[in-house]
Ligand binder design. Sequence first.
Ligand code: AMP
Ligand code: ZN
Length: 470
Amino acid sequence: MVLDLKIYNTLARSKEKFKPLGPGKIKFYQCGPTVYWTQHIGNMRAVVCADFIIRTLKYLGYDIKFVRNYTDVGHLTSDEDEGEDKMEKAAKREKLSPREIAEKYIKIYENDTRALNIIEPSEKPKASEHIQEMIEMIEILMDKEYAYKTDLAVYFDVSKAKDYTKLSKQTLEEMSVGAGKGEVADAEKRDPADFALWFFRKGKHEKALQYWPSPWGDGFPGWHIECSAMAKKYLGATMDIHMGGVEHISIHHTNEIAQSESANNAPLANYWIHNEHLVVDGRKMAKSEGTGYSLEEIKEKNFSPVALRYFFTQAHYRSKQNFTWEAMESARNGLKHLYNQVRILHLDTGCPSGHPVSVNEEYKNKFIEKISDDFNIPQALAVAQELLKADLPDKDKLATILDFDKVFGLKLADAMAFAEAPKEVVELAKKREAMRKENKWAEADIVREQIKNLGYEIEDAGKGYVLKKI
Ligand code: AMP
Ligand code: ZN
């Protein structure tokens, strides 16, 4: 079935038919983490939402070049020009160098994303390794007079950008008022909404630990120019899809657009996708609120990373999702139930893992309809649940659900592998099942004990049973 993929484009504030730039790979960029702390599961929601999207694009047959950066310099404690560099703050806190901080937190992040079954990006550029590309872009902006220099920094002049607020839909006055809220650090800044492309190692950044030479003086890049320069290096002037959290619309992405489009004379991205936040009691999950649970804390409470992933299937990426421990409990149960259903289908069909038979076309079409409608994962999961209840041959159901799992990424095939108990155990389980059908309960219990002695627990589930290793 050929269906149009529809994507909600923040630029248009509406769903649009997806038209790739060209016949080659889809160019996709996601703003990556600032690696100064263990990312909480709110950050992880952003990563999982992007993963559902990447997997959907792959499922629909697109080839993708996926870039997600690491910010390891230049992101100040506000998203604007005020505050301390997050990396240096962490370096002081932990008595490590910024580089050691980056290494430490990239490692944790990569372990966590692996545990969440996230597809690896094609490129994972670090900002600190692309300073030259940033300088080159700032040089173009200076030459074209989009940028100016003060004693403390090189700034982008927002009044020069064409349609500066096209993404945020705010007026420039609203943005300037917002930008003027913090400490005004530089009296020479022409407009409070102008933003730094390059900070000098001067004033409050006098003791900056990470700095590089530049044509304008020693210093370090602003956060926004990092994404613009890395995106250009790996994806060219224009990409298909740029993704990030909703809070990036008014500052970070607005500024990325201004810099890149002024320097390159081309649109930065044709589609802008923004994911909503994970919230706790109606407020964004955040470390500063004391609600930023890490994946480690989730695991300590006996929830698997895949159960967290299942929890994330429950809300559309453009909706806020409320985190509660009760919701995690039901996600764990939901996933367990799904695993049990897959195990039973597998046992009933006896089909070896990795060799599913035939995918049911009707359900596949329903599934494609949902994922093609702005990546509607919750509704796609509902189709999967409908499939499991449908009156279809077990082997087709199994093949179909495993096919859908290419998008969900819930490791359903692992459930089957788990069911692959030794032949001896499976024979006993079948024998016991036959006894139960004849109401020979006492004999069935004896066989259950024999199975236990071989290291397996038998659990009755639905119309079959599940074998679990003890
Ligand atoms: P940071 O390391 O603070 O730059 O954040 C990394 C990413 O996590 C950003 O893209 C944010 O949009 C995202 N993020 C932060 N908090 C949340 C949250 N509570 N829910 C969803 N995404 C979040
Ligand atoms: Zn970015």
